[in-house]
Design a protein around this ligand. Structure first.
Ligand code: NAD
Ligand SMILES: O=C(O)C(=O)C[C@@H](O)[C@H](O)[C@H](O)COP(=O)(O)O
Ligand code: ZN
Length: 368
């Protein structure tokens, strides 16, 4: 089994991230080790309720947890305080207590929403992440960001609430639609650009094995990404500095998602578009060699991710929504821009004209 330890300062707690196919068979045991109690709440993604949720609930029951199951529909439109409120009701009805673990089983939407429930219910209960999408395995389940969307923007309401353990069973990816698998690869490319040129190259070389769901390759992919994310979170848990590097591409991505009313463009796809726009902006500012654009575009295209989109909301709307980004400081948008493969900086230098140009460039097929 691959294990990554994430260590936090003494006031917070560290935790381990376990990666292996078949790990959910011993879910009950692994939850008991870090959050022993006689009750548990399992919040499960409706897509996997029967095939993964039911055996998971059984495993918890076999380990002595009186288990309450809540099923959620994971869409960005429903990643809201309304859903959080209905989950509180389920937990209250079941008399879930302060020491009862809340377990998220699903993709990033389920994890972010259930995590915010765990952060706020009774002022915070133990939380376990069991991600079942590639995106949640390599990114969303690690690091303690939890929260929900508003019409103003993505993840604007939330809390940092670190999980007690992250349990990654890569065999759950067998039922994941290929489009979702590709979305997860967008966050992997992000990790390569911000920290690890070797990973960037490795992803391109192993794309076929990844898409064929070769277990060994998947474990290596997840472990390499989780190591990068854990190292950044250990350095800056609450995003007062370098953690913002994990937001590369997201200033654009979140604006696309919110301005299009959380419609047809998925988070991973929006991140792919956002990374292209941010890279172009860095090149226009002459802080990065022009060849990086081709490297990023070529890899994203090879992975079947979008690098342009002719049906984006109008630029004026995207710019307006972008101004509500959480990284805004003193009313200035802060961008994460690459300086070379493996390195990024945070800057508020881009002029509105440069930002608008980057948006407009996304409407044009780079191959045309
Ligand atoms: N907290 C963080 O650090 C962090 C990091 C990255 C992304 N996010 C958030 O994560 C969300 C995106 O997560 P996502 O891409 O996992 O999306 P998601 O949760 O919507 O899952 C994608 C789709 O896959 C389905 N699904 C999940 N597991 C499945 C399986 N094993 N088999 C078949 N279908 C399955 C879901 O029902 C859903 O339709 C966004 O809201 C984003 O903001 C959070
Ligand atoms: O963990 C982080 O920090 C990230 O930025 C990871 C991102 O992939 C993720 O989408 C995150 O939710 C974005 O953070 P936000 O604070 O802008 O919501
Ligand atoms: Zn993301």
């Amino acid at each position: 089994m691959a294990t990554v330890d994430l260590q936090l300062p003494p006031t917070a707690h560290g935790y381990d991230i376990r990666i292996e196919p078949g790990l959910l068979d011993s879910l009950g045991e692994m939850v008991r080790e870090v959050a022993p109690h006689h009750k548990a709440a399992l919040i499960v993604d409706e897509a996997i309720e029967v095939d993964v949720g039911k055996p998971a609930a059984k495993s918890l029951q076999n380990e002595g947890f009186e288990t309450t199951v809540a099923v959620m529909t994971p869409t960005e439109k429903k990643k809201t305080l309304g859903t959080v409120r209905s989950l509180y009701e389920v937990l209250l009805e079941a008399r879930i207590e302060r020491r009862s673990p809340v377990i998220a089983l699903g993709g990033g939407i389920t994890g972010d929403t259930a995590g915010f429930v765990a952060a706020s219910y009774l002022r915070g209960v133990p939380f376990i992440q069991c991600p079942t999408t590639l995106l949640a395995m390599v990114d969303a389940s690690v690091g303690g960001k939890t929260g929900v969307n508003t019409t103003h923007g993505k993840n604007l309401i939330g809390a940092f609430h670190q999980p007690h353990r992250v349990i990654i069973d890569v065999s759950t990816l067998e039922s994941l639609p290929e489009r979702e698998l590709r979305c997860g690869l967008a966050e992997c490319v992000k990790h390569g650009v911000i920290r690890d040129p070797g990973l960037f190259t490795w992803i391109g070389e192993h794309a076929d094995r990844i898409l064929q769901l070769d277990h060994g390759t998947l474990v290596e992919l997840v472990e390499r990404n989780v190591r990068i994310k854990a190292a950044v979170v250990e350095e800056d848990e609450k995003e007062s500095g370098v953690r913002a590097h994990l937001n590369f591409g997201h200033t654009f991505a979140h604006a696309i998602e919110a301005a299009s009313a959380y419609g047809r463009i998925k988070h991973g796809e929006a991140v792919a578009l956002g990374m292209v726009a941010a890279t172009r902006m860095a090149i226009a500012m002459k802080i990065c060699h022009p060849s990086l654009e081709h490297q990023v575009v070529d890899l994203l295209e090879a992975l079947g991710l979008p690098t342009w989109e002719d049906d984006l909301p109008v630029t004026a709307l995207l710019m307006k929504v972008m101004a509500i980004d959480k990284k805004v400081a003193d009313s200035r948008i802060r961008f994460v821009l690459p300086t070379k493969l493996g390195e990024v900086i945070i800057t508020s230098d881009p002029t509105p004209e440069l930002v608008a140009e980057a948006w407009d460039s996304l409407r044009v097929d780079p191959r045309a």
